[in-house]
Design a protein around this ligand. Structure first.
Ligand SMILES: [Cu+2]
Length: 134
């Protein structure tokens, strides 16, 4: 009985402590703005770049501002990484703010995030970078 107590009790305390620690560590959320001027802005960053680790869970909060043109389905911009479009990295953005949870690509490198929805005169230059670290 005492052996049980010596093992199970400390183990339970460890699990409870770890649980509260895990809750306290809020996941990082990247706040990105697809602007009416056809640019991408990453809040808190000087340059429009997000840096993630290969395979990690990525939380995005994207605000899309209405530009000059709107697609027939109401989309005003997209957030697209062509190489990983089939893995969820192709978000069609409606005006307003939405949260998305994606999985970072497994292939380290630097990739362009592009808007694939014709949104106005600056559309072709509406790009930002996704950096995937090993
Ligand atoms: Cu666009």
């Amino acid at each position: 009985m005492s052996a049980w107590r010596n093992v199970v009790l400390p183990l339970s305390i460890t699990i409870v402590m770890f649980g509260s620690f895990a809750r306290a560590a809020e996941p990082k959320v990247w706040h990105i703005i697809a602007t009416k001027d056809q640019t991408f802005v990453v809040e808190g960053e000087k340059k429009p770049v997000i840096t993630v680790k290969a395979g990690e869970t990525v939380h995005l909060r994207i605000t899309a501002e209405k530009a000059e043109r709107v697609a027939t389905d109401g989309t005003v911009h997209s957030f697209t990484v062509k190489e990983f479009a089939s893995e969820g990295w192709n978000l069609r953005l409606k005006p307003g703010t939405e949260e998305y949870t994606l999985t970072a690509p497994n292939k380290p490198g630097e990739y362009w995030v592009q808007c694939m929805v014709p949104c106005g005169p600056g559309h072709a230059e509406q790009k930002m970078k996704l950096v995937v670290q090993p």
